[in-house]
Design a protein around this ligand. Sequence first.
Ligand code: APR
Ligand code: ZN
Ligand code: ZN
Length: 370
Amino acid sequence: MQQVRAVIARSKGAPVEIATINVPDPGPGEAVVKVLTCGVCHTDLHYREGGINDDFPFLLGHEASGIVESVGPDVTDVAPGDFVILNWRAVCGECRACKRGDLHYCFATHNAKQRMTLADGPDAGTELSPALGIGAFAEKTLVAAGQCTKVDPAARPAAVGLLGCGVMAGIGAAINTGQVTRGRSIAVIGCGGVGVAAIAGAALAGASPIIAVDIDAKKLEKARAMGATHTVDSSAVDPVEEIKRICAGTYAGAEGADVVVEAVGRPETWKQAFYARDLAGTVVLVGVPTPDMVVPDIPLIDVFGRGGALKSSWYGDCLPSRDFPMLVDLYQQGRLDLDAFVTEEIGIGDIEAAFERMHHGDVLRSVVVL
Ligand code: APR
Ligand code: ZN
Ligand code: ZN
């Protein structure tokens, strides 16, 4: 067991604080990772606000890179010294999804069995709930060994660590869930970190046109830099009509985009996605709605008559062992600009300020460097 500094959310709505935590030595199937970087994701804020569950105190942070420090007795896939990206989809290999070959739907993903605990104060010994089973706003964290995905150690940690959550969710929404390919059209509604990543993924796959939609002009500029061929300011024009117009012009007779990715997480933008796709097209919902939101009022005959697929994408339907090393290699080759997602590098004490900046629209990702 060792003690390290970490960022915890102690109770609902309270600002995060730095605390000393106990990290157990790794048991069977576990690894202790020295964290190098960890991105600040909306989900961390949702945990802090009690929007995920009530299992306070939380150990926040889940979008991380690090170096494996030690592993449990039976661990063979990773070893001390390995450079890894942490994932929250350590597939079990045993559940019905894994057995039928749908590993990205694994229903029993692995996390560390032992718990990290608070080290000091009146509640010393209290077990922590690590965000998404990771908890990486910490100098070191305990995870399941399968949550460590080895990648090229020459890559910049702050950039590739973002594949651990938001950037992978976006890229995967386009290429895994939407299955967009060379010459297929795509529109992405919402160009924050996730939406811009979907655009980067679509560009990698050779999609055309790639239409970025947002209500914020600054976000549209970023989207264009990441590969969008067209931009639509939906605060000024009807995005459905505009997407249809662009697709009709570049793609004879098309009545919308082949794939529309919704990366906001709201009923009204999902409805736009529904109507902005071509007949037999695919809608991909990667934005995360809140529990009070309901499916928008759409005549069932439109669902039937337009055909195609209405999908959701959790974590970009990724398989970390397949997708992380591949995307890191593309980054290293200069074909995927992960640096563009790192708006700022911050310290472990700056997380509240980073939450605040999330609302202002000029940050794709703040990355904590430990
Ligand atoms: N139409 C178009 N774009 C919108 C709209 C709207 N009505 N409302 C908001 N947006 C844009 C914002 O301007 C912003 O650029 O959506 C983007 C959301 O980006 P971020 O807040 O940076 O969020 P991001 O990290 O990209 O995540 C998007 O995916 O993982 C989930 O919880 C996350 O639901 C969130 C979504
Ligand atoms: Zn499984
Ligand atoms: Zn996340």
